[in-house]
Design a protein around this ligand. Structure first.
Ligand code: ADP
Length: 349
């Protein structure tokens, strides 16, 4: 692989599972070497299927995939030697010790003797597992097991490391520790990391570039800041007491959009979203307009743009709504500022 060739390049991947589920529908991505790239999307978006194809565990119906300079479809063996994979489910042997797992994994990749022992010790130190090295893995905490999983993926010094949902199931403390580890790894030896996640915060924090995936394809791509920067102004969210019918919803959206600073008004059930150059300043107008329309407001929040807003813009729905598997509140950044209480007078219909 030449120094500036992409570490991963996939074009137009299509994958349909038996039963007709179209898991990938034109998936494409390019990952620069030495970077952390985040594949972000709700459950079912197609992230794991993409990773399975790039790691040679599945074949697409059509499309191309180059990984570390090798064709994943024509030369899967070469790809396998160049990559490390940390799957969602741990591959560690629970009755072996952490150190034994590392040595076994190294042997599978042809490492031997003092070189392998040194590599295992380095990784144990780096992942803060020295004290637990001689303990059976089944005695490890979730965070320790996850750190060992990442260490196992690195034994043979891969060029590209695939991390599939690296912090799913970890408690907040272990998640933060894992984020620190991944952040440190990224600076190392030109390692490229392709991270899949359904945590907005995780992608925002770790990835230099993000591709937002929805229904088997990339709907937006860029640096987290650039993606958020595309959305000028604040997000204004209004929870209505009752969902208006389609005709009323249209009238409400039109009335709100007539105010100068408010745009992109969308209504999804009881949740009304809009953007405003100055969110807090727009709130009185929004409340007054809703009252005129006879709508009762339950709450209003104003927030700086988040990746969730980016997702809403490109996928047309909220991340949390699309992702039924996300724990309540997980990964969705809290609003930066909460403005205005619920409309006190309401406005009965
Ligand atoms: P993600 O990793 O983003 O959660 P997946 O790639 O696992 O998404 O899944 C994409 C879609 O393909 C989903 O609708 C999922 O139910 C479906 N799918 C995944 N694996 C299989 C399979 N082995 N057989 C049938 N459908 C599958």
């Amino acid at each position: 692989m030449t120094a500036d060739a992409p570490a991963v390049q996939a074009h137009d991947l299509i994958k349909t599972y038996p039963g007709g589920v179209r898991a990938l529908d034109g998936m494409a991505l390019t990952v620069a070497p030495g970077t952390v790239f985040g594949l972000l999307g709700p459950n079912g978006a197609g992230k794991s299927t993409t990773v399975k194809i790039l790691t040679t565990l599945a074949r697409p119906d059509s499309g191309t995939a180059l990984v570390a300079g090798h064709d994943a479809l024509r030369h899967p063996d070469r790809v396998r030697r160049s990559i490390g994979v940390v799957a969602q489910r741990s591959g560690a042997d629970p009755v072996a010790t952490g150190r034994e797992n590392l040595l076994l994994q190294g042997r599978l990749y042809g490492l031997r003797g003092a070189g392998l022992a040194r590599r295992a010790d380095d990784l144990l130190a780096r992942f803060d597992l020295v004290d637990a090295a001689a303990r059976q893995v089944k005695t490890y905490s979730g965070g320790m097991q996850r750190r060992l999983d990442v260490a196992l993926g690195l034994v043979h010094r891969p060029e590209v490391l695939f991390l599939d949902e690296p912090t799913t199931g970890l408690d907040p403390e272990a998640r933060t520790a894992m984020w620190d580890e991944i952040g440190r790894l990224a600076g190392d030896e030109g390692l490229t990391i392709l991270l899949t996640t359904h945590y907005l915060e995780e992608a925002d924090r770790l990835a230099e570039r993000i591709a937002i995936v929805d229904r088997g394809r990339v709907v937006a791509e860029g640096t987290p800041d650039a993606l958020k920067g595309e959305l000028h102004g604040d997000a204004v969210q209004v929870e209505l007491r009752d969902a208006p019918d389609a005709v009323d919803g249209h009238l409400i959206a039109t009335a709100l959009g007539e105010f100068g600073g408010v745009r992109d008004v969308t209504l999804d059930g009881r949740r009304l979203s809009a953007r405003a150059e100055d969110g807090p300043a727009a709130v009185p107008h929004v409340l007054a307009t809703l009252e005129q329309q006879g709508v009762t407001v339950a709450s209003v929040t104003v927030a700086r743009p988040s990746l969730d807003d980016v997702y809403l813009r490109y996928a047309g729905r909220r991340f949390a709504d699309a992702d039924s598997g996300t724990a309540p509140g997980a990964g969705v950044p809290a609003p930066a500022q909460a403005a205005a209480p619920a409309n006190p007078s309401g406005g009965a219909r």
